[in-house]
Ligand binder design. Structure first.
Ligand SMILES: C[S@@+](CC[C@H](N)C(=O)[O-])C[C@H]1O[C@@H](n2cnc3c(N)ncnc32)[C@H](O)[C@@H]1O
Length: 206
């Protein structure tokens, strides 16, 4: 939790309490339904929550912004972002129903009102959103093919609507088709923990 406060010192009491509660909730749920690798659950705050919040360093979503998290699994990056932006509306979808159950239970337990979770494949989602976010779901061209239909034409933010996703490793090939429009930012620009080396936030306006 200290690593979150280090990079986001202005959190409200409610946000702190919600983030603090995630530790016990995910430990409990992950023992029943695997949403985070078992050996990584002890790194929940750094590897999952702070990683998700790197998106907040790229986009400071205005109140009323709508955001779709595709392939959210147990709620990443959607749940930490919904805590960070309580006046924005989030829809979290995943093709696997039992993972969505974890998201629903966690959101209910912390009183997260601006987030709905639904079992749905991205291909079947027809709503329009200002942004789509995603972590570790599919290659960028596949993601673009699925989510372009979901981006609203109406602009609400300083940052034009589009996709913001989290990717590590060798991304050169998948980013290549979008090299003229994609903005790739290393997460180590903001967070100094070793684990973020080689990990990026990719923003593609649509
Ligand atoms: C590696 S997990 C990542 C989960 C989460 N985003 C995270 O970072 O912890 C990939 C998730 O994407 C989901 N997924 C894959 N293809 C999908 C699709 N077409 N529509 C919805 N969910 C999908 C899978 O069910 C799985 O939960």
């Amino acid at each position: 939790m200290e690593e979150i406060l280090k990079y986001f010192p202005g959190l409200t009491e409610t946000q702190r309490k919600q983030l603090e509660a995630l530790g016990a909730l995910y430990s409990e749920w992950n023992a029943k339904i695997n949403v985070i690798s078992r050996k990584d659950i002890e790194n929940l705050y750094e590897h999952h929550i702070l990683h998700s919040l790197s998106i907040a360093k790229v986009a400071n979503f205005r109140p009323g912004t709508t955001i779709l998290d595709i392939g959210t699994g147990g709620g990443f990056p959607g749940v930490p972002l919904a805590i960070m932006f309580p006046e924005c509306n989030f829809k979290l979808i995943d093709g696997t129903g039992k993972k969505i159950l974890v998201v629903q239970e966690v959101a209910k337990a912390i009183g997260l009102k601006n987030c709905t979770a639904m079992q749905l494949r991205g291909e079947m989602e027809n709503g329009k959103y200002d942004f789509v976010v995603s972590r570790a779901v599919m290659q960028l061209p596949d993601l673009m093919k699925i989510i372009t239909k979901n981006i609203s034409k109406k602009q609400r933010n300083a940052l034009p609507n589009g996709l913001i996703c989290l990717k590590g490793g060798d991304i050169q090939q998948e980013v290549y088709p979008y090299r003229h429009i994609a903005e790739v930012t290393p997460i180590s620009n903001w967070f100094d923990e070793e684990w973020f080396k080689g990990k990026n936030v990719i923003y593609v306006p649509i």
